[in-house]
Design a protein around this ligand. Structure first.
Ligand code: NAD
Length: 356
């Protein structure tokens, strides 16, 4: 029995279409809290065709596996039966208490943000699914918020030059932001500290801006490592030069388990054109500007600064579709014919299990 609860975000962990795939192929029954999918566009009627919509207590009481997009409030977990299996994105490297709390409650938790970023794990990589949509949405949001247009326009009333977009951090979100900016006709420039990102940036038609002397560690699982103070200062100076000419800046620079580096300083924002927009996708781990406010839009010197790492939640239908498929692929690793069998020799299960 698998349960889905209504969450505070707009997304839902399983869509009706994926519920059908799961119940058909894994031999399980699914319970969905009434209204869980409404904000993402999925009605109780749609769920009732393939699952059973019921109230929260019934879902909790009946389910042996409970799946959520984000961790649920600790109070909710207290009402779960001992031994319930949880699937979510617990970020134990940011929330240092979470494993201990869940363990105390006797719950087994898989945190899908802990899986290695490998080819083998791509089908269950929720971080990538969400980062990709957030990168896209960052440009869409920037385009609506800024006081200018993105493409070059030649009209009888004059010619408008194409917008300049600067991407700081060319990981999954950054690359999708580059692709979206290019599709809309912008000139795109991108920074990253990982040398492997250069070719990816260039293949999308953007210009890679190199700051000499970055530390790149192949042993970090693809993640960036902390740079020296001296390097960060040179990088800030370089970003400062580009920023004054940028209409949209998307920042995504994060370090796993550490605070995000501040790469845009006060003087840089002061040098930018009013009406430009910064979308800070690194907000969750502190943000890449000194002005970023969690989930808020602030204006400084006429520059709009949006701090939101979860922009995928603004496109909840497609975001839920991707999450649901990731969870389906994850369930396939340990549920067969309605029976749970967790094989810890599987590197994906082993790396994501944070309590047992
Ligand atoms: P992330 O969210 O941890 O960081 C975003 C980007 O910021 C990264 O590209 C990082 O290098 C960059 N960054 C960090 N500090 C910076 C700085 N000071 N200046 C500029 N940029 C900085 O990254 P992510 O998007 O989660 O991707 C992490 C890695 O995992 C990447 O190497 C990505 O290619 C890889 N990945 C692999 C797979 C796969 O093979 N299945 C899937 C997803 C991601």
């Amino acid at each position: 029995m698998i349960g889905i609860l209504k969450e505070s975000c707009k997304r839902v962990a399983l869509t009706p279409q994926v519920c059908k795939k799961i119940s058909d192929s894994l031999g399980v029954k699914i319970y969905v809290e009434s209204g869980a999918g409404l904000q993402a566009g999925f009605t109780d009627d749609a769920y009732n065709m393939v699952a059973e919509a019921c109230n929260k207590d019934e879902v909790i009481g009946k389910s042996s596996i409970i799946i959520s997009v984000n961790p649920l409030p600790l109070e909710t977990y207290r009402s779960f039966k001992k031994g319930t299996i949880l699937l979510s994105m617990f970020e134990p490297y940011n929330d240092l208490e979470i494993s201990g709390s869940l363990k105390e409650m006797g719950l087994t938790a898989f945190s899908l943000d802990m899986i290695p970023r490998s080819t083998l794990a791509q089908a269950v990589d929720i971080l990538s699914s969400m980062a990709s949509l957030s990168g896209y949405q960052a440009i869409v949001l920037g385009a609506t918020e800024m006081t200018r247009v993105i493409p070059m326009l030649t009209t009888a009333a004059g010619t408008i030059k194409p917008a300049n977009i600067l991407i700081i951090g060319a990981g999954v979100a950054g690359l999708q932001a580059i692709a979206t900016g290019r599709r809309l006709g912008a000139k795109v420039f991108a920074f990253d500290v990982r040398s492997s990102s250069k070719e990816e940036v260039q293949s999308l038609g953007a210009k890679f801006v190199e700051v000499e002397g970055a530390k790149d560690d192949a042993g970090a699982g693809g993640y960036a490592i902390q740079q020296s103070e001296e390097f960060i200062q040179r990088q800030k100076d370089e970003i400062h030069k580009f920023a004054s000419n940028s209409d949209i800046i998307v920042t995504t620079a994060q370090l796993r388990g550490k605070k995000a580096p501040i790469l845009i300083e006060d003087r840089t924002i002061a040098a930018m054109k009013p009406g430009s927009v910064i979308i800070d996708l690194a907000q969750r781990t502190g943000g890449n500007t000194a002005f970023t406010k969690e989930g808020k839009t602030v204006t400084n010197n006429g520059v709009i600064i949006i701090g939101d790492s979860d922009l995928a939640d603004q496109i909840p239908e497609h975001a839920s579709e991707l999450i649901a498929n990731n969870y389906f692929n994850f369930l396939k690793l340990f549920v067969k014919d309605g029976v749970i069998n967790v094989d810890m020799a599987n590197p994906i299960l082993d790396s994501s299990m944070i309590t047992k």
